[in-house]
Design a protein around this ligand. Structure first.
Ligand code: MG
Length: 254
């Protein structure tokens, strides 16, 4: 009997912070014992540790698989609507002649983004995570198997749009690219420090909208320097084209 969320499912069993029903459906609810000292909290920490440990092992296997084939995988992370897919569409159209490109699209539902990428003519695989808020290393492994990218290619992995969960999960990528748009506000590096600390490259998109939004560029750079002093910051407009030469030069250099 599921007692965790009160749904009363007779086939439900408790599995730490999540509970799984007989039909395989997993509900995410705080365990009643989470936050209390003692056994429940200890078990929660252990499960998180196990999940991340297993993910890290799979990520290491992905990294080795990619390295053997000289494939450059880039993990693209952002909030929804920051412009990941638009930046990818334009990058593919303007750069794919120089090096083979393939894409793995992560979204909770739909293959809308995969259809946009497919229209550019490069191979793409869509992964739907359902209730999941991020891609993990096992999803990338299965995505790579389906995609079968060419040796020496670039694989862009467009993660599920949010600034929280994707930062925790190593996929085996070579670099992490965090994209944010000026419409989101300059306070995001301090509000979501794990994501911004994870970035090797930070792309600030939609700079064509700067005259119309309240985005303090100076404060943004100050706060980025606090959470990630070594991040490479690039300012672009994926629609108008500003800054893309530097973005392409960076891609050619890795
Ligand atoms: Mg997208």
């Amino acid at each position: 009997m599921c007692t965790t969320c009160g749904c009363g499912d007779p086939s439900g069993t408790r599995v730490g912070v999540v509970h799984q029903h007989g039909d395989g459906e997993v509900h995410l609810h705080p365990h009643p014992e989470v936050g209390r000292p003692g056994d429940g909290a200890t078990r929660t920490v252990q499960i998180e540790h196990d999940i991340l440990g297993r993910n890290d092992a799979l990520a290491a296997a992905n990294r080795s698989w990619l390295a053997q084939r000289h494939i450059l995988a880039l993990n693209m992370m952002s909030s929804p609507g920051a412009g990941k897919t638009t930046l990818l569409e334009r990058t593919i159209r303007e750069m794919a002649h120089a090096r083979p490109v393939a894409v793995i699209e992560g979204d909770q539902e739909t293959d809308l983004d995969a259809a946009r990428i497919r229209a550019t003519g490069v191979p793409v695989v869509q992964i739907n995570t359902g209730a999941g808020c991020h891609l993990d290393a096992d999803m990338l492994r299965r995505g790579l198997e389906a995609l079968a990218p060419a040796d020496h290619s670039v694989v862009f992995v467009e993660n599920v749009g949010n600034l929280v969960c994707p930062a925790l999960f190593d996929l085996g990528e070579a670099h992490r690219v965090v994209i944010m748009s000026v419409t989101e506000g300059a306070d995001k590096p301090l509000k979501y420090p794990h994501m911004f600390a994870a970035a090797d490259v930070l792309v600030v998109n939609k700079i064509d909208l700067l005259p119309y939004v309240d985005f303090d560029v100076g404060a943004f750079h100050r706060d980025v320097a606090l959470v990630n002093p070594t991040a490479q910051v690039q300012h672009v407009s994926a629609t108008r084209g500003d800054g893309l030469d530097a973005w392409y030069a960076g891609l050619r250099a890795v």
